[in-house]
Design a protein around this ligand. Structure first.
Ligand SMILES: C[S@@+](CC[C@H](N)C(=O)[O-])C[C@H]1O[C@@H](n2cnc3c(N)ncnc32)[C@H](O)[C@@H]1O
Length: 258
């Protein structure tokens, strides 16, 4: 078994943006404890002119600049040659939409090499010449891939062994079983006339489990019915305890249109 920690290698023209938010809280503590590694590599180190140029005007004309294939290929080859582990990823709005299944898959591997685009993006040929997987964090356009890489790294790192103190919290959260998570409550028991659902104060763990599953199902049905057709959610629904009590309504669900 490899003793190398999970490693994110990030190719960027803004290496100083890292670790940024990843240096704080869970991810930051885990980074300090050596549970994962971060290597932010400056793409400009692989330019060959004295201005360290990484981009050029697009063939065919049009607005914006394009990141050069030769500079990126040299950077990729260099980090791979020095042992950067994992698949090559290009953060891109054109990519496969990131979801928890992909996060789980990447987190279970040795890490990844993430290429962050800027300007209009990268010369298409680098995506053909090297085995890049394109990943999008959503249907909107960021000004660069760095924030997208941070989102992906954060989502992966929190699944690494030892990062989250109570691993059980990962088993119950949104998407773990293909459902959105049930609502949470803490003190005070009453706020502006809204009481915590009685079942949560009952101490009856079987009833609480059943209630939470019902709420998760109801919330998913209302907000993200598309998730219920996915295999993980279908299995979860099939495993539902027969005859589970109808859950009392809660304030948080009343916010959603029927
Ligand atoms: C201004 S964007 C380029 C957008 C590109 N011209 C297009 O229309 O698809 C610059 C860079 O930001 C990153 N980026 C933007 N939106 C993203 C998203 N939704 N997911 C992942 N990366 C994104 C990509 O690395 C991209 O190359």
């Amino acid at each position: 078994m490899s003793t190398r920690p999970w490693t994110a290698t990030v190719l960027t023209i803004f290496p100083e943006m890292f670790p940024g938010p990843l240096g704080h809280s869970l991810a930051g503590k885990a980074l300090a404890r050596g549970l994962w590694r971060l290597d932010a590599v400056d793409l400009r180190d692989f330019a060959t002119d004295r201005h360290r140029t990484v981009d050029d005007a697009p063939f065919g004309g049009g607005a914006g600049m394009v990141m050069r294939v030769d500079v990126i290929a040299r950077a990729v080859d260099a980090v791979v040659a020095r042992g950067a582990p994992g698949p090559l990823l290009y953060l891109s709005p054109r990519g496969e939409r990131l979801d928890q299944a992909i996060v789980r898959e990447l987190s279970a591997g040795p890490g990844f090499v993430a290429l962050c685009g800027r300007f209009e993006g990268v010369d298409e040929r680098v995506l053909e010449a090297r085995p890049f997987r394109e990943l999008s964090i959503g249907d909107f356009v960021l000004s660069g891939g760095e924030l997208a890489a941070m989102v992906l790294i954060d989502a992966c790192v929190r699944l690494l062994p030892g990062v989250v103190g109570d691993a059980a919290s990962l088993e119950e959260e949104s998407f773990a079983e293909g459902l959105l998570e049930y609502p949470h409550y803490t003190r005070p028991q009453e706020f502006e006339g809204r009481r915590v659902p009685e079942v949560l104060l009952s101490g009856n763990h079987a009833r609480i489990r059943a209630w939470r599953r019902e709420r998760a199902l109801e919330l998913t049905r209302r907000r993200r019915p598309d998730l219920l057709t996915a295999p993980a959610a279908a299995a979860c629904c099939a495993a539902r305890e027969p005859g589970a009590a109808e859950p009392p309504s809660t304030a948080s669900l009343e916010r959603d249109p029927p």
